[in-house]
Design a protein around this ligand. Structure first.
Ligand code: GAL
Length: 698
């Protein structure tokens, strides 16, 4: 490690004084809990079930997020007695309670009386009673009922020390993702009015001169809908997506404000974000000032996710997505908990394979490794009726027999809680802090990448994951940052901003300052293609970033499926197909990789330059096996002297509260980077698929 990095990392670890979390004492590590739905079961079973949850070692339970019809069976008539009894039983058995607001499931009496609150899908159909998440979260008629039920709950349980904290709603999003109702249209127009002030500004921002899209006033605007028009104005679409994300955040904020006004300082308030590819409009950062922290949910075997290669991948799950979602949620307010983690097979995958024996335990250990303040499983009992009949629980359909995944939960919670005896406050190791990487995040970049990939094989998510996954092979802890956050070189010696398409001069300047102060910035293709309205620059391709990267981006190329281009870096040839740039470096900029074929053979494609005390690396290609990016990133980290690991994709090593953990989602054995002289607590250096190694160094 060079002297500067060593000093920086030392300073950083010293600044990390074990600041105690207001709600989750560090020494408690990671309590594990389970969802329980009293309303699904005969009341004669409540005591048996809650005592069993406690007896198995779970430390908390989770009530009521879909129980509105039971809590308020008729307008203005409330029934809390059943919930009171369950809170009492939970307390009797020493279980803390996460209380939820039941707003994802408005009762039939509301939606029948006020059908205008229902959201409408892109085909123009109202989403009727019979599902969940069907109401438009900002409709005043709906908010009237929301306010009342949330206030009632808050008044009843907000100063009750049996309640640990609150979950608002459930995985905030609309049933059909976007709402095309009249209400949404009015709100959208208002939002646009606030944003642009006058219609000429909007016309400019939307490039409305193109195809005579020009509007005379805001009331002419419709929600961009491909089902109506086939093609939509991309700038209008981007605004509609931003608007939707803000509407959802507003709904959560509305409830958070009610709760915060009533609940005691000991109770925390969160929501359980689901950050999956198929739920793009949610922007966790929008809730940063509203909630105490962002919790997250994760189903690793859902078949819609990103899997590693390997025979066992479908049984081990998408560890990368658990990691990504956990680090994203943690970045919002500095800590997180996982609200839903599957206990076995789920009902909603395209197919639902058995997890490999050990996989469930590994997921819990992985959540632990990521620093989660709690892990909760969805759900204790497998439902015997309703839409999720095939969803495994901790116990089987008889309500009492421990399921295989349930047994793994018990094992993992016993193991993780046994570490409390070994816990002592220690500083974050300099080696770990020294490879901490900021991942710059702007929801709009994801929107534009998905809306207009330009090459049908450009998968905006997958491009982000390419960088994320590669960073995890280096063992880098990741903090997601927004442009408005401080780019603190001491905290984040490295920063990546993959395909950061939309930007302005201010960001380029902020990057310059970060790099000059010693930061190492890594950018990839498409970065700086457009301004924040999504317009190309009236300049050359990506020209605003040229002074930063020390090169001109002359062109980009795509190849047809099945045809590969070749790029050489340090005597190794990498193939690409989806996207590659051609660069002209300035004097003093190093060329790290060049095209070796196509009519532009010999053209630089990866460059690296020093600027002030730091460096900028531009990776102008998306390689087929992600290796070009991995090796270029390794080079950046190695050059700075950072201590990096060399893990295969889908093996993860993290440090938390004095414990190192390696988990293995690959189909082969991996070697855990156990430190010499370490005290190995679980597993061993060779970690089998689905296995875990845990060790302590001090
Ligand atoms: C989650 C959802 C839960 C439950 C679960 C089933 O996404 O929040 O309510 O439906 O999926 O796996």
């Amino acid at each position: 490690m060079n002297v500067r990095i060593a000093l920086l990392t030392l300073l950083f670890s010293l600044s990390l004084k074990a600041e105690d979390n207001p709600f989750f004492p560090t020494e408690d590590l990671m309590p594990v809990g389970a969802y329980y739905y009293p309303e699904h079961w005969d009341e004669s079973q409540w005591e048996r079930d809650l005592s069993k949850i406690a007896e198995l070692g779970f430390e908390f339970t989770h009530f009521a997020e879909f129980s509105w019809a039971r809590l308020e069976p008729e307008e203005g008539k409330f029934d809390f007695e059943w919930l009171d009894r369950n809170v009492e039983l939970a307390a009797k058995f020493g279980l803390k309670v996460i209380m939820c607001t039941p707003t994802p499931t408005p009762p039939a009496w509301i939606t029948n009386q006020y059908p205008e609150i229902l959201s409408v899908n892109e085909d123009g159909r109202k989403i009727r009673h019979g599902t969940r998440l069907q109401a438009a979260g900002t409709h005043p008629a709906y908010l009237h009922f929301v306010e009342r039920i949330v206030t009632k709950l808050a008044e009843r349980y907000g100063n009750d020390d049996r309640i640990w904290g609150w979950q608002i709603d459930n995985e905030p999003h609309y049933h059909s993702l976007y709402d095309y109702s009249d209400h949404a249209l009015q709100q959208f127009r208002n939002w646009l009015r606030d944003k642009y002030g006058d219609i000429d500004q909007l016309n400019k921002a939307w490039g409305a001169a193109f195809w005579s899209h020009t509007y005379n006033n805001f009331s002419q605007i419709r929600i961009p809908n491909k089902k109506e028009t086939g093609n939509v104005n991309p700038h209008a679409l981007l605004d509609f997506q931003r608007f939707t994300a803000e509407e959802q955040a507003k709904f959560i904020r509305f409830q958070a404000q009610i709760l915060m006004g009533h609940v005691s300082e000991q109770q925390w308030v969160t929501t359980n974000y689901a950050y999956y590819k198929f739920l793009p409009p949610v922007d966790l950062f929008l809730g940063r000032d509203d909630l105490h922290f962002a919790a997250h949910t994760m189903y690793l075997l859902s078949t819609f996710l990103n899997y590693p290669e390997g025979d066992l991948a479908h049984r081990l799950g998408s560890g990368m997505e658990l990691s990504f979602s956990g680090e994203l949620a943690r970045s919002i307010n500095g800590y997180t908990g996982i609200m839903e983690l599957q206990p076995g097979q789920i009902n909603w995958g395209k197919w639902n394979s058995q997890p490999l024996p050990g996989a469930v335990r590994m997921w819990i250990w992985h959540a632990f490794a990521l620093g989660d303040k709690f892990t909760c499983t969805y759900r204790f009992r497998q439902p015997i009726y309703g839409s999720e009949q095939y969803h495994k629980g901790i116990v089987e359909t008889d309500g009492v027999t421990l399921a295989r995944g349930g047994a793994e939960y018990v094992q993992a919670l016993e193991e993780t809680s046994s570490l409390r005896d070994l816990y002592k406050p220690v500083e974050e190791p300099a080696e770990y802090a020294g490879r901490r990487t900021a991942f710059l995040w702007k929801q709009s970049n994801l929107f534009v990448g998905l809306n207009d990939p330009h090459n049908e094989n450009w998968d905006a998510w997958q491009h982000l994951y390419t960088y994320y996954e590669n960073l995890k092979t280096l063992g880098a802890p990741i903090t997601f940052l927004q442009e408005t956050d401080e780019f603190d070189v001491e905290k984040y010696p490295f920063m990546v901003a993959p395909a950061y398409e939309l930007l302005d001069e201010a960001l380029v300047q902020k990057w310059m300052d970060y790099v000059k102060a010693g930061g190492h910035l890594i950018l990839s293709s498409r970065t700086g293609l457009k301004d924040n309205h999504g317009h190309l620059w009236e300049a050359l391709l990506q020209e605003p970033i040229w002074p930063l990267i020390g090169a001109k981006v002359d062109f980009y190329d795509h190849l047809p499926p099945g045809t590969n281009g070749k790029i050489e870096m340090q005597d190794t040839v990498y193939e690409w197909n989806v996207w590659a740039d051609g660069l002209t470096p300035d004097e003093g900029t190093e060329v790290w990789a060049e095209h070796t074929d196509q009519f532009y053979a010999g053209t630089p494609v990866v460059t690296h330059r020093e600027l002030g005390k730091g460096t900028v690396t531009y990776i102008g290609a998306w390689s087929n096996d992600r290796e070009l990016e991995k090796q270029a990133m390794r080079r950046v980290y190695q050059r700075t002297g950072a201590e990096i690991l060399d893990l295969p994709n889908y093996a993860f090593t993290e440090w938390r509260d004095g414990f190192w953990v390696t988990v293995n989602y690959t189909s082969e054995d991996v070697q855990a980077p156990i430190h010499d002289g370490a005290n190995v607590l679980f597993g061993e250096a060779t970690v089998p698929p689905g296995g875990v190694a845990v060790w302590q160094t001090q």
